[in-house]
Design a protein around this ligand. Sequence first.
Ligand code: SF4
Length: 266
Amino acid sequence: MLDRFNRKINYLRISVTDRCNLRCRYCMPDNDPLMLNHEDILRFEEIQQVVAVAASLGISKVRLTGGEPLVRKDITDLVAMIASVPGVQDLSMTTNAVLLDRFALPLKKAGLQRINVSLDTVDPEKFHDITRGGGLHKVFRGIQAAEAAGLHPIKINCVVKRGAERKDADGVAAYCHQHGLEIRYIQQMDLERGDFAVVEGGSGGDCASCNRLRLTSDGKIKPCLFSDLGYDIRELGIQHALEKALGNKPEKGSVNQQNLFHNIGG
Ligand code: SF4
């Protein structure tokens, strides 16, 4: 499907939960944010229906995000449900990999093809500080399990601060080089201020060729990460919400004062 600016929209990013097992400083506010009520979170059947309608309209790429998707109970069942939808050619996930050693093989068997892992430093103390308590060894174990399970490619999302020294990013780059992994540099973003940039080594943030829509875990179709627009599938119906999002997709991002990163999945 094409939007008003003739951009081919074929990619749906789905946030399956707003919860996470880490508390990264640039994503989660200091005071624990308000989380969505359980009954507001989309059921697997609802997510599968959105994917089915979206695929019939031209979506062929689906990525599962969060919060942290692996904390969603029975996530491998959802992967299998989405993988079975006709028209879905590319099914991937973005994870912090803390639980990945347990899930890599079941995810692969369920139909997941590839994975992006968030990793901003290979210094265990720095990692513990950035994530407010995370264990770096678990991430390395998760990446090894993903390699062993045959999830491919494995890409590393490394968040960098604008103008800051890149010692940590260089450490991650060296780790990726050693393990044959692809690295992408994501400049730290600010939704409220509308601060973002094109992903180095990826396609995100390039509004002129933007190909994506987002589904939040409480059922809003978002035409753009840096916009307050959102269309509720439970109010409007799936087809109508998708058409409204496509029809109102902005030419470029501005600001988003409705969401936090942990409930829209970046
Ligand atoms: S800011 Fe919006 S239009 Fe630009 S790349 Fe991101 S989602 Fe697409």
